[in-house]
Design a protein around this ligand. Structure first.
Ligand SMILES: Cc1cc2nc3c(=O)[nH]c(=O)nc-3n(C[C@H](O)[C@H](O)[C@H](O)COP(=O)(O)OP(=O)(O)OC[C@H]3O[C@@H](n4cnc5c(N)ncnc54)[C@H](O)[C@@H]3O)c2cc1C
Length: 491
């Protein structure tokens, strides 16, 4: 019997995971990717001796990666070397006021005590509860296809739902434990950067703080792209084939099914399709109107995660004040959040995130040089011009110089910017979004865009715009969920 053909659209993390999972179960898998390499938003590029990871830089939730490889009888260490970053990261709140997050829990308790006396007691309880959220969230919730609310009716899950504080906001929840605004900022930054304000994000997401403080921040040797390479290799080992520089332009459908995918001027016959490219693009631009579940009005009403203004900078000098991860929170945090979510506009005094992997990895910049990715989360859909980019490069350099006390402009030997226009062009990203949908309560689990197309029964979606959501670990899980829908498919 010949094996069933599966076409995966897109070779980002979700597409790679769907491809490997399906190939492992005997499907004849072909991945069609518009760009010339795998990775999607997590691609890398090399220039002038520097290597830059273009997107993700925080390796959190290491157990999800381990779990992924173990499905295939493999270990992370079979593919890449992982180091824990020590200290985890640094947050600069202003002159003489910076917080360095240690890796040891006892040291973190001491740090909290030094900011707010007595707060280590609250932190213990907070971490105890966030560990529960992590275990139940990952164990019971995150892997559900979320076709309907009924999947969550089981008493155990319903009871857990209450303990997970699904209905209270992240901001209300952390303020029950900590009075210090500085501590609240320290806990909120993953929420702000990955899509949402503390007011609109469910307290469930404090599971991220558990991963941060207890599991730690890790770094794959040679950068995050090592994970992409590992997952591509694994998918190939399972038998998946990759076709790059091949953009999908449409579908051939008949009697409620997709018969073939049209790409690169060819028909690619398929029994099943996993569309892991951006959901909005596939639905609104590749499918006929009659086969869409949602319309433009629906998409326009979604709360999107931020886009990003990114600068990849190469310096011909070392910058000792920078850590591997440095967050400059010395300006108006609330005003920046409002500029993203409340009244979308380019922020006046934004927070800036600096990733400088050459601080811990000698392979990513020439000796004595430094590679910096500077990222400002910004509202999706903003006007993105060269003039605006220049203004923000100037701002980033001013903030870096102010923080490091080093004169840096004359040391720039490489410079590239990346924002809305690039996200749209490279990934067909709706409104130039970077991380898909914001993690609001009304966009969680069964309230997210559905993983299954209701009109074309062999078309499934994967990726950060469907369940479970944005981030590398969720994208990997999303691919597994879509693949499992196909593996367990009954006519
Ligand atoms: C700047 C930035 C920083 C981030 N930081 C972190 C972080 O530190 N930690 C973390 O966990 N997560 C982070 N994320 C989020 C994480 O990178 C994403 O959630 C994840 O990579 C999304 O994977 P995906 O498979 O859903 O989508 P994508 O990576 O976008 O993959 C989709 C693929 O589909 C392809 N495609 C699109 N249209 C077509 C078409 N018509 N035909 C063929 N192919 C097509 C695209 O080229 C792309 O390769 C970050 C993201 C960005 C952008």
């Amino acid at each position: 019997m010949s094996s069933k053909k599966a076409i995966v659209i897109g070779a980002g993390f979700s597409g790679l995971s769907a491809a490997a999972t399906l190939a492992n179960k005997g499907f004849d898998v072909t991945v069609l990717e518009k760009n010339s390499m795998a990775g999607g938003r997590a691609r890398k590029f090399e220039a002038e001796g520097f290597t830059f990871d273009m997107g993700p830089s925080w390796y959190w939730m290491p157990d999800i990666f381990e779990d992924y490889f173990s499905y295939f009888g493999k270990k992370v260490s079979d593919y890449y070397k992982l180091d824990r970053i020590n200290p985890s990261y640094k947050i600069y709140f202003g002159p003489g006021d910076e917080v360095v997050l240690p890796t040891e829990l006892d040291e973190i308790y001491k740090l909290y005590e030094s900011i707010e006396p007595g707060s280590s007691v609250g932190l213990k309880q907070f971490l105890h509860e966030s560990e529960y959220k992590y275990r139940v969230g990952i164990g019971e919730f995150v892997r559900k296809p979320s076709h309907s609310i009924a999947e969550y009716f089981h008493w155990k899950i319903a009871a857990a739902g209450i303990k997970l504080n699904m209905l209270s906001s992240f901001g209300e929840y952390t303020r029950k434990f900590f009075k210090s605004e500085k501590i609240n900022r320290m806990l909120e930054f993953p929420v702000l950067f990955l899509g949402g304000t503390a007011k609109t994000t469910p307290a469930l997401y404090s599971m991220m703080n558990y991963s941060d403080m207890v599991q730690g921040t890790w770094y794959p040797e040679n950068g995050m792209y090592a994970v992409v390479e590992a997952m591509e290799q694994l998918a190939r080992e399972q038998g998946a084939k990759f076709v790059f520089d091949t953009e999908v332009n449409g579908f051939e459908t008949n009697s409620g099914k997709v018969n073939a995918v049209i790409a690169g001027g060819k028909r690619w016959e398929a029994d099943f399709i996993v569309a892991s490219a951006d959901y909005h693009h596939v639905e609104q631009e590749l499918l006929d109107k009659a086969n869409r579940k949602y319309d433009e009005k629906y998409w326009d009403s979604r709360v999107l995660s931020p886009s990003s203004m990114i600068f990849y900078l190469g310096f011909d000098t070392r910058i000792p004040k920078l850590d591997h991860h440095t967050l400059l929170f010395d300006e108006d945090f609330e005003g920046h959040a409002d500029a993203i979510y409340k009244d979308p506009h380019w922020p006046e005094n934004p927070s800036v995130y600096l990733s400088c992997t050459s601080r811990t990895d000698s392979n990513v910049a020439p000796e004595g040089f430094e590679n910096v990715m500077a990222l400002i989360p910004v509202a999706p859909g903003l006007e993105d011009t060269e003039e605006i980019r220049k203004k923000y490069l100037d701002l980033v350099l001013m903030r870096m110089e102010r923080y490091t006390g080093q004169s840096l402009r004359e040391h720039i030997v490489f410079e590239r910017s990346y924002a809305h226009r690039d996200f749209e062009q490279d990934y067909h990203a709706y409104k130039g979004n970077a991380y898909g949908l914001a993690n609001t309560l009304m966009q969680t689990a069964f309230l997210k865009p559905k993983i299954r197309n209701p009109k074309l029964k062999n078309l499934f979606y994967a990726g950060q715009l469907t369940v479970p959501g944005p981030g590398v670990p969720p994208a990997i899980i999303s691919g597994q969920i879509a693949a499992n829908e196909i593996i367990n498919y009954k006519n």
